[in-house]
Design a protein around this ligand. Structure first.
Ligand SMILES: Cc1ncc(COP(=O)(O)O)c(C=O)c1O
Length: 368
């Protein structure tokens, strides 16, 4: 029987969490503090605790601002070059362009992540930073990237918008680079009820600069040391994130259980290539991305069967209108034509995953 399985429906949070969020909203309404305040401080501490880091965590308005502020704090400006992957969400490159620096795109490897082997091919005296992206929730080899950055005096920024909760050798994603940038956009594994983000750095001076940059360059109220902006987090979002963080571990376990069912039952089906490393600690199971030569047909078939899917991403950044770079990025292009994200979220039921699996099998039995 045909079922309806949305790719992600954020209204499906359980009653217990709904009540906890409503209570937090009500408490904050009574206190009347809607900018700054204790919830923002709690969030900073709670995130540091969860990530098991001594680095300073600075909540901010969203992940895109976090990237731009990180670049500004590192002194990246007009004419500087910043290496970014061709395959990512546009923010990774957009932030570079917004500080008037030049994004230098490099291709991805066969796992969909930035190909670190290509760094030496594009570095030159203008290269000031590299933004590594933990795409789909899968971590880049950070030991390698950080070592390369040190060797070449190039700053390393982590775009950890998708990787919250992943870790490598016991060290959390976002805590490796000179600055780590987080997004708590509602669809992320830890999502606010609106826009939110954070920055992390181990460098106290940099942390001080970041705190000023996101607050109009102020060191204290009305003391403006530099030009900044308003990239503060909404207190209410900080409050909601503090509530949701308590559920995060449980949700991660659910994601991994569902990912395991997909893996066990889709292996060898049709021409599918599966995200084999998704159960490991270096992956936070943010997205379950499969690859197929029949991606568009499979997507359409699943949609006809009531199953929502998504494509991350149908166009690589250098081929988008603001960039239109002539160079070829073969592997990224292949990903953009073959990748399909299946539903994977803590609100998904096991029977829905079984339904998706059965329908994928039916699709391939019809196409072969
Ligand atoms: C890889 C990547 N970078 C940056 C961002 C930007 O985050 P935000 O939407 O919070 O600005 C996102 C989120 O959409 C993302 O997926």
């Amino acid at each position: 029987m045909k079922q309806q399985v949305p790719f992600l429906d954020l209204s499906l949070i359980d009653q217990e969490l709904k009540s906890a969020l409503e209570q937090k909203f009500s408490e904050m309404l009574s206190k009347g503090i809607f900018s700054g305040g204790e919830e923002v401080d709690f969030l900073s501490n709670n995130l540091a605790k969860y990530l098991n880091t001594d680095n300073e965590v600075i909540p901010c308005s969203n992940g895109t601002d976090a990237l731009e502020v990180a670049l500004r704090a590192l002194g990246i400006s007009e004419g500087d070059e910043v290496i970014v992957p061709a395959l990512s969400w546009i923010s990774t490159a957009e932030a570079v362009s917004m500080v008037r620096a030049i994004p230098v795109f490099i291709d991805t490897d066969t796992s969909g992540l930035m190909d670190l082997g290509l760094l030496d091919k594009v570095i030159n005296p203008m290269t000031k930073a590299v933004i590594g992206v933990h795409l789909y929730g899968k971590m880049l080899d950070m030991e390698k990237l950080v070592a390369w950055g040190k060797l070449n005096a190039v700053k390393v920024i982590e775009d950890n918008a998708q990787g919250f909760g992943a870790h490598q050798g016991g060290k959390s994603a976002g805590c490796w680079g000179d600055v780590g940038c987080f997004s708590f956009y509602p669809t992320k594994n830890l999502g606010a009820l609106g826009e939110a983000g954070a920055l992390i750095t181990h460098d106290e001076q940099l942390a001080k600069k970041i705190r000023m940059l996101i607050n109009h360059g102020q060191s204290f109220r009305d003391r403006h040391e530099m030009l900044g902006r308003n990239s503060r987090i909404d207190s209410i979002q900080a409050g909601f994130l503090n509530v949701k963080l308590a559920y995060f571990k449980k949700w991660q376990e659910k994601r991994k259980i569902l990912a395991d069912i997909y893996l066990q039952n889709l292996t060898g089906v049709g021409d599918l290539i599966l995200p084999e490393t998704i159960l490991g600690s270096e992956h936070n199971a943010h997205l379950f991305v499969v690859q197929s030569n029949f991606r568009d047909e499979l997507k359409q078939y699943l949609e006809d069967m009531g199953i929502g899917t998504a494509i991350h991403y149908p166009t690589i950044i250098p081929k988008m209108k603001p960039y239109l770079i002539q160079k070829e990025f073969h592997v990224s292009e292949i990903w953009s034509k073959r990748a399909l994200s299946l539903p994977l979220n803590p609100f998904l039921k096991k029977n829905e995953v079984w339904y998706i699996i059965e329908e994928i099998k039916k699709f391939y039995s019809k196409t072969s």
